[in-house]
Every structure is written in structure tokens, then in C-alpha cells.
Design a protein around this ligand. Structure first.
Ligand code: AMP
Ligand code: MG
Length: 272
């Protein structure tokens, strides 16, 4: 499927309701065949690497990829699957966990703005400023009226970034409650995955409906023309990676990054 056609299925149209509950976390028709999806993802990962090289050479613009999703939704797996072909120099990953004392002493966007990618880079956020209208809202970590103001603040912040050369791609990894149970169970069963398990994840799972509602609200209110949201069916890891790979590749290609032309003539030099 052409990436634009794929994108139509996952985009949250600015101004429209996100309708998260009606979105299918499987969506088998988007990439019916696993082998084909894996092949496509590999091709996209290579192409992303090549385009990133040009982006760096050009050093005028940046790409910011925001990954959001509840525990086990596959944020780390997406990073491995889609950006694995890129060298470590061109991709900067920032994971946002519970804010430190220092971070809490500033406004919530302070740490986020500092992590925004510089020109030439692809920045990936593993969680993001959206936690400040998700976990913070569900667990009531800030006053309700302060949280209410954040949707507009986030939209303005993202507008500021886009007007300053940062293209923003936001992906919500959408999994079903059953799939999360299986993935959490795996983390308990497999000693190699114990490190990923956190008892707090079960507290969050118990708040499943509240999280879904908070996601639905932020998808609706923060899908803007300058930085729209995309809801990615993520129950199948290979389909998730193929979809995100295709969209990141498509968008990067449209940016047309290119190697700058030298202002000297390579033929005028001889090396002995
Ligand atoms: P993990 O991504 O599993 O390493 O966990 C990071 C944890 O940090 C998650 O439980 C998030 O909900 C939490 N977190 C991230 N950002 C914030 C924030 N702004 N305020 C409170 N908790 C946060
Ligand atoms: Mg966690």
C-alpha cells in the first residue's frame, strides 16, 4: 500500500474527534502479510538512514518523532525496528520518565524543549510532553485547571518548533487490553524480561479506562494541521513497525533533504 493511503487510515484529522475506542488495534487489512511487512520495514529503515545522512549534510532542518503509548505498547521495539539502520550519530533518542526534582522546579515543557532535535538530526521521544496530560491527568499529579490549559500550550509549543524548522510526527501506539495482558505476563514469565516489569504498570493497567479517555482527549485536542496525531494499530509488532517505517520514510522523502552543493570546484584540486 502506498504510504499516503496507509496514512489516511491512521491520521487523526485536525478538528475531528479521534474516536480511539472505534480504532482497531489489529487492522489486519493494512499489512495482511507478515513477510511483506517485514521486508517493507527493512527497506524503509535503510531509506530513512540514507535520508538522515542528507538531512545531516544539509543541517537546516530536523525531524521529531514522538512515540506515545501505554506500558508494553512497543515504544522501544519501534525504535529498534524503524531506526536500527541509522547510525547513532544522526538519531537522538530521549526517554521521558518521572520528572526529577530539578525538572519539576521548572515548567513542564522545559525538559522537552531542551531535548528537541537540533538541525540535521532525527529526534525520537520515547514518551514525551504528552505524559503531562496523560499520567499527570489520570493520577491527578497537577491541578485540573492547570492540566486543562496544557492542550493549547502544547499546540502552541509544537507550532513554535515547526515554524523553526522541526517537522513533527506523532504516533500513538494503540494496543488492546488483552494484548497488554499477554505482554505483561511475558515480562513475568521470561527472566530475560523481568527488568522491564514494574509493579506500577499494574496500577496503571487498573486505570485502563481512564488512560484511554485521557488519550482520546489529547488525540482530539492536539491533532493539529502543523503536528497531527497518528494512531497506529500495534497489536502486531511487525505491522506496527511497517506502518511507522512507511510513514516516517514517506514524510522524510517529501522533505527532500539533499547534500549541499560545494562553493568550490572539486576538479580544481589535485591530491598527490
Ligand atoms: P517507562 O517508560 O516504562 O520507563 O516508565 C516511565 C514512567 O515515567 C511511566 O510510568 C510514565 O508514566 C512516567 N512519566 C513520564 N513522564 C511523566 C511526567 N511528566 N509526570 C509523571 N510521570 C511521568
Ligand atoms: Mg513502564
Amino acid at each position: 500500500m502506498d504510504w499516503r493511503a496507509l496514512d489516511e487510515h491512521i491520521l487523526v484529522k485536525p478538528g475531528a474527534k479521534a474516536g480511539l475506542a472505534k480504532r482497531d488495534p489489529v487492522s489486519a487489512d493494512l499489512f495482511p502479510d507478515r513477510k511483506a511487512a517485514e521486508k517493507r520495514c527493512g527497506e524503509c529503515a535503510d531509506a530513512i538512514n540514507d535520508l538522515q545522512d542528507r538531512l545531516w549534510a544539509e543541517r537546516t532542518r530536523a525531524l521529531l518523532v514522538v512515540l506515545q503509548g501505554i506500558d508494553t505498547a512497543g515504544k522501544d521495539g519501534t525504535l529498534r525496528g524503524v531506526f536500527n539502520a541509522c547510525g547513532p550519530l544522526g538519531v537522538a533518542v530521549t526517554a521521558f520518565g518521572r520528572p526529577s526534582e530539578e525538572e519539576l522546579a521548572h515548567d513542564y515543557l522545559w525538559r522537552v524543549h531542551r531535548a528537541a532535535p537540533k538541525r540535521g538530526m532525527i529526534g525520537v521521544f520515547n514518551r514525551s510532553h504528552y505524559e503531562d496530560v496523560l499520567v499527570v491527568k489520570v493520577r491527578k499529579l497537577a491541578p485540573a485547571d492547570a492540566i486543562e490549559q496544557r492542550y493549547a500550550q502544547i499546540n502552541a509549543f509544537e507550532k513554535h518548533l515547526t515554524e523553526n524548522g522541526v517537522t513533527i510526527l506523532k504516533f500513538m501506539l494503540h494496543i488492546s487490553k488483552d494484548e497488554q495482558r499477554e505482554r505483561l505476563q511475558e515480562r513475568l514469565d521470561d527472566p530475560g524480561k523481568h527488568w522491564k516489569f514494574n509493579p506500577g504498570d499494574l496500577e496503571d493497567r487498573a486505570l485502563w479506562d481512564d488512560y484511554q479517555a485521557a488519550y482520546d482527549t489529547m488525540l482530539t485536542r492536539c491533532s493539529t494541521a502543523h503536528a497531527p496525531w497518528r494512531v497506529v494499530p500495534a497489536d502486531k509488532k511487525w505491522r506496527r513497525n511497517a506502518i511507522i517505517g512507511a510513514v516516517v520514510h514517506g514524510v522524510l522523502e517529501e522533505m527532500k533533504p539533499d547534500y549541499p552543493k560545494p562553493d568550490w570546484d572539486p576538479k580544481s584540486f589535485t591530491i598527490d
